[in-house]
Every structure is written in structure tokens, then in C-alpha cells.
Design a protein around this ligand. Sequence first.
Ligand SMILES: [Zn+2]
Length: 438
Amino acid sequence: MSEKDYAVTLLSDFIKINTTNPPGNEEEAIVFLDEILTKEGLETQIFVPVKKRANILSRIKGRQIGKPIILLSHVDVVPAKIDEWDIHPFSGEIRDGFIYGRGAIDMKSQTISQLLAFIDLYKKGIVPERDIIFLATCDEEVGGKNGVEYMLNEVKDLQEASFVLSEGGALIEEDGLIHAQIAVAEKKVSQFMIKAYGQGGHGSIPTKNSANEKVIKASYAILSYKWPIKVTGVVNSYLNGILKDKVIEGVRFNTLKEGLKNKKIKEALEANPLFNALLRNTVTPTILKSGEKINVIPSEATVYFDARLLPREDKESFFSKIKKLCGEDVEIIRIDNSSADPKPSPYNTEYFTGIKNIIRRAKGDIPVLPCLLTGASDLRYFRNLNIPAYGFFPAVFSKDEIMRMHGKNERISIENYLNAIEITKEIVRFLASCKDKI
Ligand SMILES: [Zn+2]
């Protein structure tokens, strides 16, 4: 079998292992990776935090001790509604030049790319400056407790890594142009719910201040509040990079700073859901729980909010603002009470420059920009420890392809995937040469 066919078969077979989380059941996928690594002569360690869940670590010893570089990926996937798919999500079917299935983008293709790049380094006999660690984990899609969090406690030198490469950014194709997004920061998850109690009764005799009225008033206050725009360094670089010279509402975009002073440009940026989320805290109601019968006034009502804060925002001041907005009638209950404070990773580093040079060699003189992830990834565990961590997979995706990521008919083209493997190999060879100067 040719090297390319082997890579395609590996991904297709890897997708066939159903690692939908919950429940995860990632052990089989970890054993799959273990067999490949072992066959190539690499040593591995499997960690089983709970039954049927597992993580795998393999290491290529470096010249120097400590401060390893980690190639990180997760092997679990989000659920797929089989009825909505045209091709079974766990068939790994290859059709019209695409490999289909849950995980084709997020992120089994990247796991296999990192695996093949790691094996390539080993087979070439390259001794890296620092240990290079291949780490594939479970449980990312549900928070990483059994995955990265567990591994950081089990393998102490992970906590002093010099650099981590995982998911989050990619090569994005828009209107025929490609730019590279390297995720260097992510927003902070600050989910909470508001709860109110009131006099229940029959719908025909309304009482004052029912539980529903209380949560509706408080929710309205939260939703009416416009969180101030705060331009972070990362978002400034990113938006300047992709919007430079674009004509927005008849005005040529020069810099973000200047653009935000122009009412029309500011409104256009705020109207774009992604740009809006990059520029301010967002607070979104997602679950409403209350009455069950049309003629019964419930005595209790709850609204859940998914809030995402800009990287340097302080959670305590955020919640005191929420409290002020809500008033005294509702109780605010924080859902994620962790003190996690992932710092944005610096991007004036040899890692960023090195990866940028590799991308430009492969794709031409395209913009290579740091970006802020609106969602959360396992990299937050490392950023929490002040370890520079980037999310980047060198495959090209259009918006339509990215929408499939947690949706239906997720897929990756074979050509795109094979190219990504080659670029990943170069990135890993480059990382092997890094001496950790930052
Ligand atoms: Zn993912």
C-alpha cells in the first residue's frame, strides 16, 4: 500500500471507531493508535482514568531534559444524528474524493496527521532538541476531566512543557482567498443560571411577581445590556489582517482602531456574529425551564446562560455586573466555578514565526494571523499554566466545510488531508529543532 493510501485507510478506520462523547468509550481508539505506534517501534504508555476511557502518550527523547513539546489531540467526537446524515457518520466512507464521518475535521484527521508526522520524525532518526510528546486524549468534548486534566496530574513534565500544538485554527478559504488562523487565545467560559421562585396557582387568577415574570425581567435586563467593545491585541491583529482594504458599507477599511470610530463600520462589524463575539463578552440564553401546563402558574423558573468573556476579563467583575442587572428577585448560580484563567499565548515567538514560514512556503504569501477562539478547547489547561499553546491544523476549510464540523456530513477531502499531513510533518521537524528561547 502506498504511503498516501495508508494515510487514507488509517483515517477511515479511525472514524469507524465510535467515540461519541458522552459516553466516550475512547479506549478502542487509543488501542488503535497504540498498535500503529508500537508497530513502528515506538514506546507508548496508556492511561486509563476510568473504565473504557483512555489516553495515550508516546515520547521521542530529546537532547535536553525537561520542557517537552507536546502534539496534543483528542480522540472523542460530538454526537451525530444519524438520520440527518447522507452517509453513516461512523462508516468512514470515501466518496467523490472525500473521507466522511464524525471527526473527519474535529479532530481525527489532525490526530492521524500528528501521529504520522511523529512517526516520520522517529523513522528519520532525528533527535529533537527537547522531548517531543505525542499525546492523544479522551473527554475533550465534555471538558477534559478524564483527558488532559487527568494527564497533567499523572505525567508531571507535561506541566512544564515549552509548547503545545493542538486544534483551533486552520487555513480558511473565503471568497477564493486563503488566510491562516493560528489560535493563540480563547474566550473564558462563564456559564450560569438565574432562578426565581414565586406564588404558583391557576393561570386564570394571576398573582403578582410570579417566578416567570422575575426571570423574564432579569433576562431582559441581561440581554438589553451591551457589553463594551474591548479590542484585544490578538483580535486587533486578526481583524486588521483579514479586513485591510476591504470596502465595508462603502468605506475602505484601514485599521480596526479607525474603523470602530466610524459608525457604519462599527455597526457592520457588530452585525457579524463572529466579529461581534471577538470584540466583546457575550451572554446567551440557551435553556429555559419553567411551567409545563398552560393553565398553571409555576412556582419556579430557571434560565441558563452561556457566557463567554474576553481573555483578560475578570470573572468576579463580570458576575457583579450580572448581579446588578438582575436585581434582587432572582438567584444567580454559577455553573462552572473553576478559577481557570487561561492567558493568551504570546505570538512574537520562534514557534509562531517558524510555523508562519512553513505555511508560506506551502501556500504562498498568504496572511498568517493569530486569532482568538470563541469556543473553549483543551489548550486552556496549558494556557492556565502559562505554557504557550497554539491551535492550528494546516488543512484548508471553507465556511461551508467548517459548519459541518459539529453538524451533518462532516468530511475532509483526501487531497486536503494529505497536504495537511505533509505540512504537519514539516511543522513537527521544525518543532524538533526549537531550543525554547522564549
Ligand atoms: Zn475538537
